[in-house]
Design a protein around this ligand. Sequence first.
Ligand SMILES: *Cc1c(COP(=O)(O)O)cnc(C)c1O
Length: 375
Amino acid sequence: MKVPLLDLKGQYAEIREEVMSAVEEVCASQYFILGPKVEQLESEMATYCGAGYSVGVSSGSDALIIALMAECVGPGDEVITTPFSFFATCGAIVRVGAKPVFVDIQPGTFNIDPELIEKKITPKTKAIIPVHLYGQCAEMGRIMEIAEKHNLIVIEDAAQAIGAEYEGQRAGSIGHYGCFSFFPSKNLGAFGDGGAVTTNDEEKYKLLKIFRNHGSEPKYYHKFIGGNFRLDALQAAILSVKLKKLDSWSAARQRNAAEYRSIFSSSPVAKQVQLPIKAEHSTRHVYNQFCILLPKGTRDTVKQGLLDAGVGVDVYYPVPLHMQECFSSLGHKKGDMPVSEDAAARIMALPIFPESTREQREYVVSTITDILQKI
Ligand SMILES: *Cc1c(COP(=O)(O)O)cnc(C)c1O
């Protein structure tokens, strides 16, 4: 049996006609950059995320960069974040000239451990970037409490978590900014690159719009240096079509996760495989990924065995950010972030896309069981 890690063709078949007519409409208008389609998506995104405002941008990575720019975070500043995320979380901090300061994750949820944050706060700390990894919100209540106490800005990296909820509040509506990615493999994926920033603050919203367009306001007058971080109308039009389906896709992801849990529970290797922990505060987990932890030293063998058996799996992420070569000047060494390092060595993502089937999940679990029993 073939089980791809992600197959977007089924989803496309479901929405093809609507997408094509949205694309045709944009082409007929010849209005390609920002404009009414982008404004429509921005308003839909704000509503969907329970935030006051949303600004469409060129990618999730750029969403993080302009949120930092809007707060004038730069050289001499420190930004606290997790070492267990996609590169862009930390890349954005360094791109604006600030210094990333890492705080290890909680075992099982893989999100930043709020109890370790205060120790890392210095007079230079400007912001915290928690990441809602794999579609589950970080512990935002505690994080906001710490941020308020120390007067810090909180930028939620919600790239993997559109529609996720922390105690009933949507990702991107809790911190000062929420950053979203429309990379095709995210739960709401464009037909190319795209992203959005949400905020509840009107002043911040105005700044984001200025920074998105070279810092220009009014046109050709530059008080700030921004960049070209614009979203284009074709992507926005396609995203508006897809946003209407997002809740049903998220529900399918949740059903798929529940099925994995039930199928694993009756596997003879159930005790050896640690399934992702759903935190109590996590009232809506949207499962951009379903990542399991394998016994020490077995991950690469299990991964290769699955690939050989036709199952698409991958490792998010094999090298924690503090161990990346490009950040070696930060002076970290192995052992500095033990929970992240352990996760990086043992984690593996299984196929969980909405259209995948129960038979496919049974095959994935039985293949993992066979491999582990032979090790
Ligand atoms: C995908 C992702 C990003 C970057 O988004 P792009 O749209 O690919 O630039 C940032 N942070 C996290 C956690 C992501 O998963």
